[in-house]
Structures are given as C-alpha cells and as structure tokens.
Design a protein around this ligand. Structure first.
Ligand code: FUL
Length: 472
C-alpha cells in the first residue's frame, strides 16, 4: 500500500514538474506585429478622389485648372459612416494621384486644394477624413503617387526631395497612418521626363514618422500588389516573396505577385485592390455600373478567402459624397457575407487530431473551435502531415470550410484534402482540396450533408499549426 502511495505521489510530482512543451520554432520569415494587425483588418476602403472626379478622367495630365475641384457638399463623415456600416476597418485616400493635385495644402506644390477655391482655399480633405476616421474608429491610410505629371521638378533628383517632404507632411499632420500606398505606375512628367525614384529614402521616411505603417507597393516591403485589378488572389497564395532586383514598376511576372514565392525570403502578404465601379474615379457614366452583390461576394471569396486583404475602392461623387448606388450595394454585400458565416456548425462539435504536440493541452485540437486566434493546434516537429476529424452533434448541411493558420509562426501548410463521411456508402468521400491556407482560406463546395468531416494535411513545410476551423 505504501509503495502504491509513493508511486502515485511521484507521478503527481512528475506531472506538476513536467516542463511546458515549447511551441514550434518560427518557420521562415514571419509577420511583424504591424503586418499581423494589418492582416486582421481583412477589408477596408480605397477612396479615389481629386480633379479626375470632375473631369471623367482616370489619369489627369496635371494641367487641369485646380478650380475644377469643387465638391459642393463634401462630407467625409458620410464616407466613414458608410465604411463602418459596410463592415470595413479603415480608409485609404488618394492624397495625390498621377495628376499631382494634392488633397491637402502642401507647401511643396502650387497644385492643391488651396488653389482650388474649395472652402475658400482653406480646405484640407486629409484633415476632414482623418478626423472622421478617428471619430468612427477607423484606421486611416494614405495613397501618394510618386509619378507626378504636374510638378516642375519631376524627372530631376530634386523631385525625390520634394516627394519626401510631401510624404513627411501627410505622415506627420494627420495622426496614425496604418498603410502607406505607393503606386507603381511610373510615366513621364509634364516635361517629358521620367523619374528615377529613391525608394530607400521614401521607405526610411515612412518608418521614421510612422514606424507601425505597412508600406504597400507592387513588391512591398509591407504588403504586395496581387498582380491584377479584378479582385483575384491566387488559389495558392504564399505571404512570402523574393524581391531582389525588383521595385515598384519593375516587377516579377504578374503570376508571382498573385501566388507569392513558396520559399520567398521576406514576409510580404498580398492585398487585393479592386474598384466597385468600372473606373477608379467617379463618373456619372458609371452610376449604373456598380458591381452587383454576387460579384462582390465572389470577390470576397477570391481575396479574403484566399489569404489576402481586400481593398475595395468606393469613389465619392461630385458632391463629395458616396453615391447611394454604391452605399446600398455595400450594405447588401455585407449582409450576404454575414449570412454566409452566421452559424458555425463546428461550434458544438468534437474534434480530434492524430498528432498533438507533446500531447500537451496547450496545442490540443479544441483550440481550433474557440474564437481565439492566438490559441492554436500544433503537432510534433517531426510531423509534416496530419489528420483532424470533426464530429458534429447531428448531421448538418454545409458548403464552406474556413481554415486559419497560426501565421505568427510562419506559413507552413502546402496541401490539404477535405473529406466528409458518407453514411450510405460508409466511406470517406472527397469534398475539396487546397494548397496554401495562410491567415485565412475559405473553401467552397456543393452543399453536403454529414456529421463528420476530415481534414488531411498532405504537405507542410514544417510541422503544421492551425488556429481556426469553421464549418458553414
Ligand atoms: C494604378 C493607377 O494607375 C490607377 O489609376 C489606380 O490608382 C490604381 C489603384 O493603381 O496603378
């Protein structure tokens, strides 16, 4: 009896003293804190606004009379309210497009809101929008086109100094900037000259004034262009990219931007930018061409559903307000997505894994079903394949599976098969397959009824981790 008590005591002591199982080591490049916060935003608004709004142009040539800029009822609070009601998390505005017109009264240009006469030349769209975003709880971002078809110094080294000074103005005058958007389009200036940009200087300037800003360009460094303007990320989409030898406007083949590089040296996740209308700027000619809800819904699945953020452009009209056709469509789009993800059928399910890291509760598969991104399931280091089984309390009909990798430790999973249990044939039947998961991957398939699903990770570059599984 004494021996038994002693053994039991020793066992208890052993368990109490057992070292916590160490998490998997990060694999490859990983997101910075700012990139992780950015990725969690998922969906935000792009605003193209400026002289082009009033001239039916997409690319103004910089010789427009500033007086054409005359929004008679500009209301940035209406933009911000629309974004909030649409479920968006921020707004990025074209502070200066290729025509060089500045939406703020820049000291380094004579082609600005000051010269327009709007609000007697005392207006500042960046001020009004950044204030409205702050009030509405939205993040504020700035698009600044390096290509400038108006500025007299464009095409000379002096322009790099001018552009840097303009950057400093927009980055210091309006509070926190979550994303600095650099357009890759680079043509000639009004003087027929083309600029050689000082990208290292531009990047240094952004990080100096806004250390937490994510810098967008064709090739990062904070986030990258998806390689098309159709709203389509790759079904395979690595948040990693090799950028040596590339810069904005001098880019790898477009497919590489759409797919990323499996062994890319840098963490540069994708952003999908697309417009709700055929053009980036407002035109009355497109009032009846706002994308239908089904098309926007499809774009959600091919962007957010494929490990990319969605930057949806909603161009304000000539009054300076978001047109009712656009705002109504945005509300329908939100309702459609919310309906798709209202009931997670996996919420009351049981879930098992054939491998749990160190058999530790810390990495148990139950973490896949909690709503906490920061708890996750992981396997032992030796595993590069694994199988999860989900049993629902009763048979249910579903057509979507949502998966999230725990990306703070890097992107690992390269191939996944999903099966369901068919009660008639008593076999597992194939439901869907995927390659990459990343921050979020949503698989769609024909509506299927079953009480069991199986997720088989067929290939992982290092032991897999998953944070979330949802069945809808
Ligand atoms: C492109 C620009 O040329 C378009 O006008 C628009 O701003 C789009 C978002 O990026 O490169």
């Amino acid at each position: 009896m004494k021996r038994i008590i002693l053994i039991a005591a020793l066992c208890a002591l052993f368990h109490a003293c057992r070292m916590p199982v160490a998490p998997p080591a990060p694999y490859g490049p990983v997101p910075t804190t700012a990139q992780l916060e950015w990725q969690k935003m998922e969906y935000y608004m792009f605003v193209h606004f400026g002289p082009n709004t009033f001239t039916d142009m997409e690319w103004g040539d910089g010789r427009e009379d500033p007086q054409v800029f005359r929004p008679i009822a500009l209301d940035c609070r209406q933009w911000a309210e629309t974004a909030v009601n649409a479920g968006m998390k921020g707004i990025i505005i074209t502070a200066k497009h290729h025509d060089g017109f500045c939406l703020w009264p820049s000291r380094y240009s004579t082609h600005t809101v000051r010269e327009s006469g709007w609000r007697e030349g005392r207006g500042d769209v960046l001020r009004e929008l950044s204030d409205a975003c702050r009030t509405a709880g939205l993040k504020f971002g700035v698009y600044l086109s390096p290509w400038d078809r108006n500025h007299p110094t464009y095409g000379t080294p002096d322009y790099n100094e001018v552009f840097t000074a303009m950057l400093a103005e927009v980055l210091t005058g309006y509070g926190a900037v979550f994303e600095q958007w650099f357009d890759g389009a680079n043509g000639e200036g009004d003087n027929g000259k083309r600029q050689v940009y000082d990208w290292p200087l531009f990047h240094r300037t952004v990080y100096h004034y806004q250390p937490s800003a994510v810098i967008f360009s064709d090739v990062g460094p904070g986030c990258r262009w998806i390689g098309n303007e159709d709203g389509r990320a790759g079904e395979t989409n690595w948040s990693r990219l090799d950028t040596t030898g590339f810069e904005p406007g001098k880019i790898p083949v477009l497919d590489t931007l759409t797919i990323g590089n499996i062994y890319g040296q840098a963490w540069i996740p994708a952003e999908t930018d697309v417009s709700i209308r055929p053009g980036w700027f407002y035109s009355p000619a497109t009032d009846d061409k706002v994308k239908p809800t089904d098309e926007l819904r499809a774009i959600y699945y091919t962007s957010v559903g494929r490990n990319s953020n969605l930057l949806l452009n909603v161009p304000p009209d000539r009054n300076g307000r978001i047109h009712p056709h656009d705002s109504t469509r945005l509300m329908d789009f939100r309702a459609a997505i919310e309906a798709d993800f209202r009931h997670n059928l996996a919420a009351g399910a049981t879930i098992t894994a054939n491998n749990i890291r160190g058999d530790s509760p810390r990495y148990s598969a139950v973490h896949l079903l909690d709503a906490d991104f920061d708890t996750y399931w992981a396997t032992d280091d030796t595993a590069t394949t694994a199988t999860l089984e989900i049993t629902l309390p009763a048979p249910q009909t579903f057509s979507r599976l949502l998966l999230q990798e725990y990306i703070p430790l890097g992107q690992r999973i390269a191939a996944v098969d999903v099966d369901y249990w068919d009660d008639t044939s008593h076999t597992w039947m194939s439901l869907a397959s995927a390659t990459t998961i990343g921050y979020k991957r949503i698989l769609q398939f024909p509506a299927t009824t079953s009480d069991k699903l199986r997720i088989h990770i067929r290939r992982s570059l290092a032991c897999p981790t998953l944070s979330t599984v949802g069945v809808y």
